[in-house]
Design a binder for this molecule. Sequence first.
Ligand code: 7RM
Length: 528
Amino acid sequence: MANVLKNNGIGKGDRVCLYMPMIPELAISVLACARIGAIHSVIFAGFSAQSLADRINDAQAKMVITSDGINRGAKQIPAKRVVDEALESCTSVQTVLVANCCGWEPNMQQGRDKWLNDELKNVSSTCPPEPMDSEDMLFILYTSGSTGKPKGVVHTCGGYMVYTAYSFQNVFQYNESDIYWCTADIGWITGHSYIIYGPLLSGATTLMFEGIPTYPDPARFWAVIDKHGVNQFYTAPTAIRSLMAEGIDHVLSYSLDSLKVLGSVGEPINEEAWHWYHTHIGKTKCPLVDTWWQTETGGILISGLAGISPLKPAHAGQPLPGIQPVLLTPDGQEMEGNNVEGLLCIKFPWPSMLRTTYGDHERCRQTYFSAFKNYYFTGDGAKRNADGLYRIIGRVDDVMNISGHRIGTAEVENAINHNLKVVESAVVGYPHHIKGQGIYVYVICHPFTEDENEDVVRDQIIETVVHEIGKIARPDKIQFVRGLPKTRSGKIMRRILRKIAEDDTANLGDTSTLLDPTVVEDIINGKL
Ligand code: 7RM
């Protein structure tokens, strides 16, 4: 595969975007890039053509690797068609390699598009690895922040690989010949660090799953665990909650005897889900590690070590050896002692910290290193309990966590505002029993025409968001309002909108500074 990349003009430092399902060719493409020093940027295949194009253009990628289609449960998604649409607005891409996944015959543009299988026939099976400096770029991964434009988080070769291997081995206590399974998609950081790099650098057997948890039935995870004798199982709270809702019967036909360690990642795990996971999947004998980290941190920073650390439901626990978290007050004072809550920052660098945001170093400095001088600011709030264990509360910025996926409220607002019916919108997260958070939209529209009503326009707005960002950003609730709560300087007061979406209207706080306090009452009355 590395030779295929080289044959198609890819060399050290070139960017290659991967837009693919969870097939072996995806992991192979990642490793092929690493071998020749090309910088991979995996784009989650649930993103729309528009989001894909934005990322390809930001990275100025020379190549895209994709597949004809994607199997998603019983459905099939035309990946190559999405790439074709994206490339209408990308000039940097010279070659598209297409893996055969569904046996389709997609449009193949002469001179640009090539079947991966054909290319693999024409190359030698040896390819010397490219010598790399430890600080050379390994990959870019786009992630959402509080602005409308996702950032290309950059990780480098040396530190990232050292830290993902170190954290993998220590957190999961992997032993030789164990079978380890992380259910994440490689389109997110968890898949990069804990399906590919951490396990493979450790010589581990890492299981890769192309399916979805509910197909052909909600027992699929448990069937795969029994079938392959999985020893370490690493998944997200949202998956646990949705399988928990399907009932215990799906679990009972499987022994799950092979399991030794359970892991959780992506969002706070609520106590109910924690106990269900620990009791019914781990049969109370498996340590459960709640791993806190971020795209930017590259690897797990706060977590128990399986079988070594004490277990406490809904607590990520202690920092890994070498990591120094602190809790700060809003004015930047370190909070001493235990039983305190504050803004989670990291005091000293660690091997896999992000090095820059691609093409905009100043943005990296501003976002992560300027809120508090000499600290890395995570964007999360956390508590340190009486025993010194950390409990992550959640984001303190305008970033939502929808089923463990990071999405900025500004991104969704930008997408909604593309709909010509929309005058203005405001987006907030609200507690959702399965997804962790759901997307709540307040929208002001132009007057409806005769054949329009709220249901029709609501569907159109959803379609706009799916088109602009992808299905992961599909709004859960859309409320039509006549005005938004704004300060005299014109700023939307999201705090108020968040409280209304959370049904916490008893504590709206001070609304006297609003331009028009009566809109708040109207919004409460129209609450969905
Ligand atoms: C790995 C990943 C990062 C954000 C982070 C948190 C939240 C992640 C946990 C968690 C509570 C956890 N990277 N988060 N893990 N919150 N407990 N164990 O998810 O860049 O996509 O998201 O996710 O808010 O800042 S990410």
